[in-house]
Design a protein. Sequence first.
Length: 463
Amino acid sequence: MGSSRILVVEDDAALREALEETLLDAGHEVLVAGDGAEAMLLMDRSPPGLVISDVQMQPVGGLELLAHVRERHAGIPVILMTAYGSIQQAVSAMQQGAMDYLAKPFDGKALIEMVDRYLPAAPAGLDEDLIARDPKTLSLVDFARRLADNDLTVMISGESGTGKEVFARFIHRHSRRAEAPFVAINCAAIPENMLEAMLFGYEKGAFTGAQSAYPGKFEQAQGGTLLLDEISEMGAPLQAKLLRVLQEREVERLGGRKVMDLDVRVIATTNLDLKTEVADGRFREDLFYRLNVLPLCLPPLRERPGDVLPLAEHILNGQKALRPDATPTALSETAVGHLESYAWPGNVRELTNLMQRAAVLCDGPVIGPEHLTFEGAASKVVAVDMPDPAEAETATVAAGPVSLEEDLKAREREVIFEALRTGNGSREAAAQRLGISPRTLRHKLARMREEGADIPGEAVRTA
């Protein structure tokens, strides 16, 4: 599978942060490293789609990193950054396989243009954020592809956390509007008196505090797709104004006189039964029919069990990209059994929280059942066989989120202290036993020391 991640390698912390922020603002996923050696470790664990590296770094510079990429990751393009006086060196590096170079100082626009030129596009049909393995989900993906072929309004319904926005973005990416903006607004997160201004825009002086003109979400999405997330939370007065905009395909800013024609596809989502909302008088019937042209209903995670494990592994891989030196890479069979037998009342969002907690709790290479702290009641987990008695002794699942942070810290402290005691206080032996780097262990111990913990072997080391 190709990657859209960019690895930035720069030993100047301020410049590294500026490069990262520029790329993040442009919508890219970014990994960072302080020198070539750190970059090599990151690449071997999670190969990026593009490398942008400084030339002069210690102890391992950009040319050594380039050689490593050519040997181990030949398909990954490399862009080198160099000071003006070292351009000849960069040209020489291009002869050795670098794709291009940037002469410092350079502006953000030049950086983004070069990234757009060399970052590989995702293969056709690949959607890294939409994980579908269960037959129910696969059929929905096929249906969503068909919906994407036209400009009709789509209504996506389903419980909270089922992935409604993910499907909305999928539809946009596979439509003729894919190169145009995708703009999302959460109708439940914005106060009613501000939502109208956010949607339709306003002119300077339209109301108190409007010190400059603002193009609304409809204008921002011109030519593309507008996602109205949780549309059922919109109040009745604003529902009427939205209906008019959808019918007339034009919008007028608050305080303005100019009517602008719209070329926007609308996708709406809801976690409620809108037919019931209409029957109870909370949602306009005419707006419902205007939005519900192409309905797409997402089943809860408990009804598509084939997605659970692939989603868990996808989330775990994402955590690995963020914390490659301290994140587990696999799930034990017993942990898999717990994941597959759980009811998932919080759907994919709950699964995401669970896997992120497990990655924090587990410092070894494998997540076991003792690292899974479910948010729901323990009774929702079906008992499974645990053939390993040693594993069975620690296979406990937390019943709820009470003092979760403290529980995680206590468990982490217990595992680390046991590793230190086994190694007679040796940091190196403990790090090796835990499957983490000595640097990571030092940071964890420093944090525990600040919290007042007595570190095993500390007195011996300082005596």
